[in-house]
Structure formats: C-alpha cells, structure tokens
Ligand binder design. Sequence first.
Ligand SMILES: Cc1cc2nc3c(=O)[nH]c(=O)nc-3n(C[C@H](O)[C@H](O)[C@H](O)COP(=O)(O)OP(=O)(O)OC[C@H]3O[C@@H](n4cnc5c(N)ncnc54)[C@H](O)[C@@H]3O)c2cc1C
Length: 374
Amino acid sequence: MNKPVVIVGGGPVGMALALALHQQGITSEIHDIRPRGAAAGDQRILALSHGSRQILTTLGVWSEIQATAITDIHVSQRGGAGRTKISAREQGVDALGHVASSSCIASALDHALSTANIAYVGDSRILEALPSASAITLSCSDGELEAPLVAYAEGRIGDGAEVVERDYGQHALICRLTPAAPHGGTAWERFTTHGPFALLPHEQDYSAVYTCSPEQAERLAGLSDADLLTHLQADFGQRVQFTRVQNRFIYPLGLRYRSQPIAERQVWLGNAAQTLHPVAGQGFNLALRDCMALAHALTGAADPGAAEVLARYAADRRFDRRGTIGITDSLIRVFSNDHPVLRHLRGAGLVALDLLPPLRSFLARRMMFGARAW
Ligand SMILES: Cc1cc2nc3c(=O)[nH]c(=O)nc-3n(C[C@H](O)[C@H](O)[C@H](O)COP(=O)(O)OP(=O)(O)OC[C@H]3O[C@@H](n4cnc5c(N)ncnc54)[C@H](O)[C@@H]3O)c2cc1C
C-alpha cells in the first residue's frame, strides 16, 4: 500500500489539498502529468474571497502571495437603471477580496510542499483506476500504485463521467488593461447588452474579463491593440480611462459539473468536480473550501476511502457546492440576457441593493465566505 491518499493533479487545488491533509497528519502523494513547477507558468488571474485568504493563511502560504486588495466593488449596467457600490469599510473588513496570479499561488504552494516534505511525482500519467473493497489500484506511466483513496484535482472533467452541462454560447475575452489613474483597489462589474464586463485590480493594472458572442470574440481577438482599446473603452464608458491593452486570450464559457463528486474510493475536487464560468470568480474559492472539508472529513478515519467517510464529506459540501453552482449559473443567465424585462429587473435589483445595506451586506458576505455567509 502506498500513501493513504494519492492526489491526481498537482495544480493549485491538488497542492492545497496535500497541505490541508498534511496539517491533519494525513500523508499524501501528488502525481501530475506535467513536470513539477509547470503550474507556476499558468496565466490566469484569480479573485480570491476573504474566506480563501483565511484558508491560504491557515495553510501557511498567504504571506508569500503577492495579492492586490479589493476595497470596493462597483456594480452597474450599461444603458439601464441602477448601480451600487459594495465597500470593505461598510462591511467592517480591510478588503472584500484579493486578486493574485495563479502562477504566484502555485509557486507559494509548491514551496510549502517542499518545506513539509510532501511527495510530488511529476511526468506521471494515471492510466486506469480499479477500486476494490479494501483499496484502489492505479496504473500509471511509471508503475502501479495502491491506496485507500484517490483524490482527483486534474483541472477538467474527463469523458465518461455523469455530468450536467450548460453551454452559454458565449466566449470571454481576457486581457490586461492599464488605467490612466491608479485603480485604488476598486473592482468593476458592468453588465452590458452582450454580457458582463468585469475589471479586477491586479498590481498596477486591471485584469479584464469581457463576455460576448463567439463571433465577436474572434473579431476582437483580431483587432490591433489600438482598435481593441477603443472598443473596450466605448463599451465600458468613461468612469475609468484605459491607456494600454495587453495579454489577450479567448476562453469559451460553459458550466460542467459532476452530478456526484464521489465514487467508490474516489473523490473529485476543484475544476475536476465542477467547471464554472470565470466571470463569477468562484472556481478556485469553492475548491479551497472542498480541500479543507475533505481534510476535516478524513481526520481520524481508520479507512480514508470508506464509503461512509466519503458520503459524509459529500453531504457536508452539498449546500455550498449546489449554492455556488446555482448562483453562478443564474447570474450568467440573468445578466447576460438583454431581454427588456430582465433589464428592468436588473435595474430594480441594483437600486434595491443600493438602498438596502442589509441586502448589500448579505451579498458581500456571500462573496467573501461562500455558504458560511448564512
Ligand atoms: C479565465 C479564467 C478565470 C478564472 N478566474 C477565477 C477567479 O477569479 N476566481 C476563482 O476562484 N476561480 C477562477 N477561475 C477558476 C480557477 O482557475 C480554477 O478553479 C483553478 O485554477 C483550478 O485549479 P486546479 O488545480 O483544479 O486545476 P489546474 O490548475 O488546471 O491543474 C490541474 C493539474 O492537473 C494535471 N493533470 C491533468 N490531467 C492529469 C492526469 N490525467 N494525471 C495527472 N495529472 C493531470 C495538470 O497537469 C495540472 O497541473 C478561473 C478560470 C479561468 C479559466
């Protein structure tokens, strides 16, 4: 028998899980098809909730992550009524969330793994998994492994799984925008006729996610920097002036999730369990909560892969998982639709948010903590 838990996938989620298990005295071993350190080259910029900061602090890596604080979030819709501002000061916290690069998070986690002496096997492909009553046998490119439990954090949902899918028929154009004046920690969520346009303050710039049809995304991807800048400025409006656009790429948007994140001696976490629309910025935040809950569920278990242990974990996560998937899905459908009735409802919702501090506070807590907001 190898380690009690084999983790397939050594991206940020697999590494965070290994550290969370280590803190509970549970040994694990990570296997990744890429060489060790490859995750530090990933380009994504992630919004981290206040709860994620607490988890990364508990895992001992927060002080190594260069993160930009979000002190205010400005929400509005173009061509419609209503806008609101959620501020950290009003919520009694120093930041509503933070923004950091996935590469910086991965480097900090990798460093912590080395310090804790947690095994990470790079260039290792898992070919097959065969569960039995007492263990699960994994055939991999470099031999065979046996463990009570395998946790998948492969960053995608493989073929053959029972999945629920929704194609939003939209793409996200992701880029870096330099503002003319300091951003002051303000994030912007602007709902336009073709979908949400989000700006996250990151270092001196904004990380922008611009949602539109696949055809428009292709067209924008082909524009010169100057023409793209003019287009984005016109669409965003004049509240923020942009001087430069860089690092653009296109990402197709959809929702895919496993109807069950567990099976016999197996558990799926992060994007391997659910792949969410990036506009809501929830994927990694939800995954970190999964990691902590799994480590907690396995603590003291004689057999970490026992059916009742995994069932308890899945039951514990059902509310947060369903809630986060549901809210992300509804947000995209309500806010990416230009039906006049929905536009008025959105306006009314934003006005209500602006007038009702408790409602604003509820939304802010949901963003900061996930299900713990309730
Ligand atoms: C554009 C964009 C913006 C986003 N913004 C946010 C945000 O603001 N906030 C937020 O919380 N989330 C956000 N997300 C989601 C977030 O990026 C993901 O939830 C998170 O990065 C997933 O991490 P992971 O470790 O599960 O997957 P990955 O980072 O993809 O890592 C998976 C690892 O598994 C390895 N692997 C794959 N297959 C195998 C195999 N068969 N065997 C062994 N190893 C394997 C890979 O090599 C890789 O190292 C965004 C996503 C996108 C695409």
